[in-house]
Design a protein around this ligand. Structure first.
Ligand code: PLP
Length: 397
């Protein structure tokens, strides 16, 4: 076989993909064991029947051929109006490219701004694909560590130093955050924006969880002074409308960036199926109720989970303000997140993601996805806390 490209051979770096506990849980399940899975960032409901009906109507109306590569005019206009309304930043259809999901938007965004070999910053802990996405765009991923004691918010001085040291071309942030559940407050975003302006960097803002806000407010950094010209916003219908399998999202960016991104889409994805775009348009124009309905179980479970977690001292909870996750600090047990997660799975049949799966900054933590039935979730959390308490007691014997 001729040689594969260096780029694709090294896409995932040399470490593991971090999904070991998840794969082991699936293996145990296949062997017939009852496993409570708190691992995956996907709803426990399907896409709403009204959205599926819109998809069906569009397909039967003949929207099954090649669709407009940048997105249909109506959908681009609707997304633009949504962003204008929600962020206060004037946005037109020319600022929008419809993409096959947020992941493809993340890749396209980095392709748009990186020369091969450019350094691209991202914040640790991070959504698992970030470094690979940057490598896929021929960039060099550079992580910026945050600390649990700062609620995993980036430190502006460290950001400036790292950006300078690497001559970074871009910074990727994610708010509301996966895996921490944090929402970046205004002052953090102001500081980030200042560094981006001072260092002439692009800002990639992954806002795929922007409809899952439990406390405080989501601010898009594109709305900050002089930031619209250097910010590429990544949006998606996956989390907001339980449309993960439909693969539909967008990039909002300056018009000149979108023009070039349309060239990229023409030569890569060739757009998103028309019937999916029509279903997305239906979903976005259906009003806020649909979104609220999709978000409601996560809010309810997060509140109930916090009650359990705030009633014990073995584990500490990071104050989750948004997204479908809770981050738990288990360092008092003396185990790594990974060792704890494997033991919890083998001894208690509960699967959670080790913090280490999301970068070294989250070592000694666990990510709990709020994507399982309320009673199972609360039972699992109760047992997790008792397991942690037992480990702490054994340690001090
Ligand atoms: C932070 C973050 N960004 C982007 C994505 C990609 O989502 P999608 O490609 O389904 O829109 C995910 C999915 O879990 C995510 O958690």
């Amino acid at each position: 076989m001729p040689q594969l490209s260096q780029r694709i051979s090294t896409l995932n770096g040399d470490g593991s993909d971090g999904w070991g506990v998840f794969y082991r849980a699936r293996e145990l399940k296949a062997q017939g064991h009852d496993i409570i899975e708190l691992t995956i960032g996907e709803h426990d409901i399907g896409t709403d029947p009204s959205i599926l009906a819109a998809m069906d109507r569009a397909a039967h109306a003949g929207h099954t051929g090649y669709a407009m590569v940048p997105g249909t005019d109506d959908l681009r206009r609707e997304i633009a109006q949504r962003l204008s309304q929600r962020t206060g930043t004037p946005t037109t259809a020319d600022n929008i490219l419809v993409t096959p999901g947020g992941q493809s938007a993340l890749f396209a965004a980095h392709m748009a701004v990186l020369e091969p070999g450019d350094s691209a910053l991202y914040i640790d802990p991070f959504y698992a694909t970030y470094p690979g996405t940057i490598r896929a765009a021929s960039g060099i991923p550079v992580s910026l560590a945050t600390r649990a004691r700062d609620a995993f918010l980036p430190d502006a001085d460290m950001l400036r130093k790292t950006a300078l040291q690497h001559g970074a071309k871009s910074l990727l942030i994610n708010t509301p955050n996966n895996p921490t559940g944090m929402i970046y407050p205004r002052d953090t975003l102001d500081e980030i924006a200042k560094v981006c302006r001072d260092q002439d960097m692009w800002l990639m803002s992954d806002e795929v969880y922007d409809t899952q806000i439990w406390e405080g407010a989501h601010i898009s950094p594109r709305s900050l002074p002089d930031m619209a010209e250097r910010t590429l916003v990544i949006g998606s219908m996956s989390k907001s409308h339980a449309m993960t399998g439909s693969r539909i999202g967008w990039i909002a960016a300056p018009e000149q960036v979108i023009e070039r991104l349309i060239d990229l889409a023409t030569n890569t994805t060739y757009g998103v199926p028309g019937y999916i775009q029509d279903a997305a348009l239906f979903a976005l124009t259906a009003g806020p109720e649909l979104e609220a309905q999709v978000a409601a179980p996560f809010r309810r479970r997060r509140d109930a989970a916090l009650q359990v977690l705030n009633n014990q001292t073995a584990v500490q909870v990071i104050p989750s303000r948004g997204a479908m996750y809770l981050m738990i600090d288990i360092r008092a047990t003396g185990l790594s997140g990974e060792a704890f997660a494997y033991r919890l799975l083998e001894e208690h049949r509960i699967a959670v993601m080790p913090g280490e799966s999301f970068g070294s900054a989250a070592a000694g933590h666990l990510r709990i996805a709020l994507t399982t039935d309320d009673d199972l979730l609360l039972d699992a959390l109760d047992r997790l806390c008792r397991f942690a308490a037992r480990l702490i007691a054994e340690k001090t014997l």
